[in-house]
Design a binder for this molecule. Structure first.
Ligand SMILES: [Cu+2]
Length: 135
Protein backbone atom coordinates (compact mmCIF):
# COMPACT_ATOMS: atom_id res chain seq x y z
CA UNK A 1 0.00 0.00 0.00
CA UNK A 2 1.29 3.44 -0.77
CA UNK A 3 0.61 6.46 1.37
CA UNK A 4 -2.43 7.51 -0.61
CA UNK A 5 -4.11 4.11 -0.37
CA UNK A 6 -3.52 3.99 3.38
CA UNK A 7 -5.06 7.39 3.94
CA UNK A 8 -8.05 6.47 1.82
CA UNK A 9 -8.53 3.20 3.70
CA UNK A 10 -8.37 5.13 6.95
CA UNK A 11 -10.94 7.62 5.72
CA UNK A 12 -13.34 4.86 4.74
CA UNK A 13 -12.86 3.16 8.09
CA UNK A 14 -13.51 6.40 9.96
CA UNK A 15 -16.62 7.10 7.95
CA UNK A 16 -17.85 3.64 8.84
CA UNK A 17 -17.24 4.27 12.52
CA UNK A 18 -19.07 7.58 12.41
CA UNK A 19 -22.04 5.91 10.75
CA UNK A 20 -22.13 3.16 13.37
CA UNK A 21 -22.03 5.76 16.17
CA UNK A 22 -24.94 7.68 14.67
CA UNK A 23 -26.98 4.50 14.33
CA UNK A 24 -26.33 3.72 18.00
CA UNK A 25 -27.57 7.09 19.18
CA UNK A 26 -30.68 6.95 17.01
CA UNK A 27 -31.68 3.46 18.09
CA UNK A 28 -32.76 3.30 21.72
CA UNK A 29 -33.04 -0.25 22.92
CA UNK A 30 -36.37 -1.74 23.91
CA UNK A 31 -34.56 -2.82 27.11
CA UNK A 32 -34.17 0.85 28.03
CA UNK A 33 -37.78 0.98 29.10
CA UNK A 34 -39.33 -0.22 32.32
CA UNK A 35 -42.65 -0.25 34.12
CA UNK A 36 -43.18 1.26 37.53
CA UNK A 37 -46.15 1.42 39.85
CA UNK A 38 -47.31 4.88 40.83
CA UNK A 39 -48.43 3.38 44.15
CA UNK A 40 -47.27 -0.02 45.46
CA UNK A 41 -50.57 -0.68 47.25
CA UNK A 42 -54.24 -0.79 46.39
CA UNK A 43 -57.36 -1.25 48.50
CA UNK A 44 -59.03 -4.66 48.51
CA UNK A 45 -62.31 -4.69 46.60
CA UNK A 46 -63.99 -4.33 43.25
CA UNK A 47 -63.07 -1.74 40.62
CA UNK A 48 -59.86 -0.58 42.23
CA UNK A 49 -57.80 1.71 40.03
CA UNK A 50 -54.03 1.70 39.84
CA UNK A 51 -51.50 3.49 37.68
CA UNK A 52 -48.52 2.11 35.83
CA UNK A 53 -45.76 4.37 34.55
CA UNK A 54 -43.60 3.57 31.58
CA UNK A 55 -40.15 5.11 32.00
CA UNK A 56 -37.07 5.43 29.83
CA UNK A 57 -34.32 4.24 32.20
CA UNK A 58 -31.61 6.21 30.40
CA UNK A 59 -33.35 9.57 30.57
CA UNK A 60 -35.58 8.92 33.58
CA UNK A 61 -38.44 10.40 31.58
CA UNK A 62 -41.98 9.05 31.24
CA UNK A 63 -42.83 7.55 27.87
CA UNK A 64 -46.17 8.77 26.48
CA UNK A 65 -48.29 7.28 23.68
CA UNK A 66 -47.24 3.69 24.23
CA UNK A 67 -49.69 0.90 23.56
CA UNK A 68 -49.73 -0.78 26.93
CA UNK A 69 -51.57 -3.92 27.88
CA UNK A 70 -51.94 -6.06 30.96
CA UNK A 71 -51.55 -9.72 30.17
CA UNK A 72 -52.34 -11.10 33.61
CA UNK A 73 -52.99 -10.26 37.24
CA UNK A 74 -52.83 -13.08 39.74
CA UNK A 75 -51.70 -13.93 43.25
CA UNK A 76 -48.59 -15.90 42.28
CA UNK A 77 -46.39 -14.04 44.82
CA UNK A 78 -48.54 -15.50 47.61
CA UNK A 79 -48.65 -19.00 46.13
CA UNK A 80 -52.00 -18.56 44.38
CA UNK A 81 -51.05 -18.34 40.71
CA UNK A 82 -54.46 -19.80 39.80
CA UNK A 83 -56.22 -16.88 41.50
CA UNK A 84 -56.39 -14.48 38.56
CA UNK A 85 -58.52 -11.41 38.04
CA UNK A 86 -59.50 -9.41 34.99
CA UNK A 87 -57.70 -6.13 34.27
CA UNK A 88 -59.36 -3.31 32.37
CA UNK A 89 -57.56 -0.36 30.85
CA UNK A 90 -58.95 3.01 31.93
CA UNK A 91 -58.70 6.27 30.00
CA UNK A 92 -56.95 9.33 31.35
CA UNK A 93 -53.78 9.83 33.34
CA UNK A 94 -50.70 11.95 32.87
CA UNK A 95 -48.57 11.43 29.74
CA UNK A 96 -46.48 8.33 30.40
CA UNK A 97 -48.95 7.09 33.02
CA UNK A 98 -51.43 4.35 32.20
CA UNK A 99 -54.47 3.60 34.33
CA UNK A 100 -56.06 0.24 34.94
CA UNK A 101 -58.88 -1.13 36.99
CA UNK A 102 -59.28 -4.56 38.54
CA UNK A 103 -61.07 -6.42 41.29
CA UNK A 104 -58.68 -7.34 44.09
CA UNK A 105 -60.74 -9.97 45.86
CA UNK A 106 -58.19 -10.80 48.52
CA UNK A 107 -55.55 -9.16 50.64
CA UNK A 108 -51.99 -9.93 49.66
CA UNK A 109 -49.56 -9.63 46.79
CA UNK A 110 -50.72 -9.64 43.20
CA UNK A 111 -48.45 -10.03 40.22
CA UNK A 112 -49.22 -7.83 37.25
CA UNK A 113 -47.73 -8.91 33.92
CA UNK A 114 -47.45 -6.13 31.36
CA UNK A 115 -46.47 -5.54 27.80
CA UNK A 116 -45.98 -2.34 25.81
CA UNK A 117 -45.30 -1.20 22.31
CA UNK A 118 -43.30 2.02 22.22
CA UNK A 119 -43.49 4.49 19.33
CA UNK A 120 -40.50 4.12 17.02
CA UNK A 121 -39.17 0.99 18.72
CA UNK A 122 -39.24 -2.59 17.59
CA UNK A 123 -40.09 -5.32 20.04
CA UNK A 124 -42.21 -5.39 23.15
CA UNK A 125 -41.41 -4.05 26.60
CA UNK A 126 -42.29 -6.75 29.10
CA UNK A 127 -42.45 -6.41 32.83
CA UNK A 128 -43.88 -7.77 36.04
CA UNK A 129 -44.92 -5.68 39.01
CA UNK A 130 -46.15 -6.66 42.45
CA UNK A 131 -49.16 -4.80 43.79
CA UNK A 132 -50.11 -5.30 47.41
CA UNK A 133 -53.83 -5.27 48.15
CA UNK A 134 -54.65 -4.23 51.69
CA UNK A 135 -57.62 -3.23 53.81
CU1 LIG B 1 -55.52 -15.26 46.90
Amino acid sequence: MNRLTISRALRVALAGLALAATANIARADIKDYEFKLAEPTVAVGKDKAFTVQLVNKKTGKPVPDAVIFATRLDMAPDGMAEMATKVVREPGGEPGSYRFKAAFGMEGRWLLSLGAKVQGETGTVEGKLVITAQK
